[in-house]
Design a protein around this ligand. Structure first.
Ligand SMILES: [Zn+2]
Length: 323
């Protein structure tokens, strides 16, 4: 087989695989025939070709994995960054290529096609956030290839001038907030001032609470999280209860129905507390990644909160246990 260029390959394989082609060395040639080396029956099929190409790039992808999955950020941010790194976010250009829209331009600035580099770095509407840290003429920051740009920033542990927060955490949080800001504008016509974005990343993420920390003896931990479909609002929650050394004791998940992200987080904590109480837990530390939900639950006036769920928390926490 010579050089082939299947459009689907760039979606199914790591981009580094695009430059690699199946070559003559993949064939076994004898006196009057040739055979495909990578299948047991020596006959070519697409599955074995995929294994051949993907397998060649396994090691290349390990660096990407480590950069993303070792980040000390909530799992949803890791997953988002992974999608961005592998071009799996539906920009206007991608939608236009799939004939889902006739307009591939950036919905915010309209100055060019909405590609991933444009969305996260080059759009005039987002450069203000980066110029807080980098000079506008910083060619290294603004002109490098998109994936290299992502990886270099994801691997940066610099914390000077970033309120003590490692740059990789701030950067990945910014990326997700930029995408949320873009989606809010596209689907709800809501706009976020960049100052709000900055404050949300710095303050709202409550970053110091993200990493797991060892509990005192006798204490158990409850970790909960929620997921909301941004299209139809349907949501689910899940959580785990672990011992003081981090080992798994119990878990749960539940479909909530139509809900907001904040209400979903609150439902996760509430169901988790109910499960923990039913197990007879006496000392429980609740770990969540939503500072707004934490503030509501810890509010001294929670018993008079406008959220019925928060009022229920207050009642549940008044049982004979420490949370
Ligand atoms: Zn733009």
């Amino acid at each position: 087989m010579g050089a082939v260029s299947w459009p689907l390959r760039q979606w199914a394989l790591h981009p580094n695989a695009i430059d690699q082609n199946i070559s003559i060395s993949d064939l076994i040639v004898d006196s009057d025939s040739c055979h495909w080396r990578w299948s047991p029956k020596l006959c070519f099929n697409v599955a074995s070709a995929y294994e051949c190409l993907a397998g060649n790039n396994w090691n290349d992808r390990s660096a990407d994995r480590k950069s993303v999955w070792s980040l000390q950020v909530p799992q949803r941010i890791r997953l988002f960054v992974w999608k961005a790194l592998h071009g799996q976010l539906m920009t206007q250009l991608e939608r236009a290529q799939r004939r889902l829209t006739s307009d591939p331009s950036c919905p915010i600035c309209k100055s060019g096609p909405e590609t991933l580099p444009h969305t996260f770095r080059d759009c005039p509407a987002v450069q203000g956030i980066w110029s807080r840290f980098f000079a506008p003429d910083d060619s290294e920051f603004y002109q490098s290839q998109f994936q290299n740009w992502l990886l270099r920033n994801l691997n940066s542990r610099t914390s000077a001038s970033h309120n003590g927060i490692p740059w990789c955490i701030l950067f990945s949080t910014f990326l997700r907030l930029l995408w949320k800001r873009r989606n809010d504008y596209v689907f709800s016509s809501e706009t976020w001032p960049l100052g709000d974005l900055f404050n949300c990343a710095i303050v709202g993420q409550n970053l110091e609470c993200i990493a797991w920390s060892k509990l005192p003896a006798q204490w158990l931990s409850l970790n909960t999280d929620g997921a909301v479909d941004m299209v139809n609002g349907s949501s689910s929650i899940g959580g785990v209860i672990g011992s003081c050394d981090g080992s798994w004791l119990s878990g749960f998940n539940k479909y909530i129905g139509i809900s907001t992200p904040l209400q979903t987080e609150l439902w996760g904590i509430f169901i988790g507390l109910q499960v923990a109480w039913s197990l007879g837990v006496e000392f429980l530390q609740v770990q969540v990644d939503n500072s707004e939900a934490v503030n509501l639950v810890n509010d001294l006036n929670a018993e008079r909160s406008r959220f019925p769920l928060v009022r229920s928390f207050a009642d549940l926490r008044n049982h004979c246990w420490a949370t």
